[in-house]
Structures are given as structure tokens and as C-alpha cells.
Design a protein around this ligand. Sequence first.
Ligand code: NDP
Length: 298
Amino acid sequence: MSAQIISGKDIAAEIRAELKESVAALAAEHGLVPGLATVLVGADPASQMYVGMKNKAAGEMGIHSRQITLDPDTSEAELLGVVAGLNADEAIHGILVQLPLPGHIDEGKVIEAIDPAKDVDGFHPVSVGRLATDSGAFFPPCTPAGVVEMLVRSGHDPAGKHVVVVGRSNIVGRPLASLLIRKGRGGDATVTVCHSRTPDLAAVTRTADILVVAMGRPEMITAEMVSAGTVVIDVGTNRVDDPASERGYRVCGDVLFDEVKEVAAAISPVPGGVGPMTITMLLANTVTSARRAAGLDD
Ligand code: NDP
């Protein structure tokens, strides 16, 4: 039997409709407009596209967005100055510095310069530490937060389930594991994290009630690695050559979708899965930040 399809596109649309309402209510009741600043250094086409998508989505929600584009040869000191200005700017509640930065700039230093109260990407060491210790106010990193929302909203609450996460990166696997073991909504799971040094990956993935894959290895998870009835979320976003396609390539996940959908209980597609959730969670964090600044949220 074919699996339930967990559409990140549909869930993202549902969350964006809710956000639009709360942004309108903030304006009507408190005269407050959430503000998101995106900082792009250089002219990398992929980064330009991502920043453009983030600003467009913010605008559609009624969130004020400000894009700052700097020359590729901008010095680290100049960039730190821009971040300091945004930290002090009361109209800005979220600051996103698009990564990667040019090689002459220390990314860690720039991320650490962002006020943790405006760190809507959730990459500041203070945010990472608060998530890891489940204490204090922080913003969950957008992709892992999107995965958790997809599970909860599609009726597959991770509470009490064994979740196997494949991948231990700082932007996906590791923070996702931290979110899943927190107490409360979207948490309370039993989590196993796998990586490239995990012997016999299939033996572990077959024990999952929920399998989340963030490897960056096209279609590597096959049907024999998944037990019947598993819920599968595919974070992978890979371009593979496809001479049959007009563009010469196609986008696929880390899961062999056509095969795995025949054994899984539910599965997210690529594209249309986790991708649309990431920007949505950035907008959600920006709205939360504005509410916190106004004393409306903890
Ligand atoms: P990284 O390359 O940083 O991490 C990949 C992880 O997968 C590593 O922990 C690595 O292990 C592990 N891994 C690689 N090969 C294997 C293997 N053969 N067996 C077991 N584990 C393996 O990638 P990211 O976390 O940044 O991204 C993962 C994927 O998710 C990519 O396709 C990326 O494009 C996509 N992505 C999608 C987003 C979205 O919005 N949809 C956002 C972010 C990422 P080790 O640590 O040992 O090297």
C-alpha cells in the first residue's frame, strides 16, 4: 500500500495563513510590525535566490523586510558594523546573515555578533546552548523546527516514538535531535543519531518508528532500509544529472521515494517536503521575536 504523503508545501501554507493573521493582529492591537533584516555579502546566485525568497515570503506575511546587499570585498569589520547597527535597530526583530560568507570573513565571529534575541536562524552559540540545555528563550533552527512541525501537524507526534536521525550536522541533524528530546510539544521522543561512521546503517534505520534523513546523499535510503509502517521525512535536497529533463538535472532527496513509499506509512516528498517549511519557520521565529520584544511572549 502506498504511503500517506506529508506535504511540506501544504503544511507551510497552513502555518503562513496563521502567521499572516497574527501579524495583522500585532499591527491592529499593538501597532507593531515584525521586521526581518537579511544581509547578503557578494553576488552568489544561489544565495541571492534564497535571500530573495525570504524577503518575498516576509512581505506576503505583512512582515517588514530589509535586504542589505554588500560588496564581495566588504571587510569583516564593516560587516560587524552592519550587524551592530541592526542589533540596535528597534524596527528589526530578526537578523539573518546569509551563509556562506566570503573566505576572508570569519563566519563564527559574525554569527556571535548577532544579538541572541534577534538570532532567528538559531545559529548563535547562546541559542544552540539554550536549545541543548532546554533552558531560556531561543529560536529553533529553521529546518529542524520545520521537520518537527511537519510531524506534529501530519498526525505523527514524535512523543514516545523511536526517531532515527541520519546526519549530525550543526544545521540539521544535531539540533533536530535536541528538539526531539525536549519535554513537551514536538519532543519526548527517544532519539538515535547516525552518521558516516555508523556501522550497518540499515540495521539502525530499520528500528525507527520515525526516520529523518539529512545526509546529502541522493536516494541512498532504499526500501530494504525501512521497516513497514515507518514515517519518513526526507530533508535531503540534491541535484542529479538528468539528460531527459529540460534543465539537464532533477532535484531529489536522500530517500529513494518511489520504492520507500511502498513500505512506509507516511513520507515527505522532495521537492515539496521540508524545503517550503524552512523559510516558513524563519518567518515564525521573526514573529515570535517581535512578540517577545513587545513583552507578549516569553
Ligand atoms: P552535511 O553534509 O553537513 O551533513 C551530512 C551528514 O550526513 C553528516 O553528519 C554525515 O556524517 C552524514 N552522512 C553522510 N553520508 C553518510 C552515510 N553514507 N551514512 C551515514 N551518514 C552519512 O549536510 P546538511 O546537514 O547540511 O544537509 C543534509 C541534506 O539536507 C543536504 O542534501 C542538504 O541540501 C539538505 N538540506 C535541506 C534543507 C531544506 O531546507 N530542505 C536545509 C538544510 C539542508 P559525518 O558527520 O560522519 O560526515
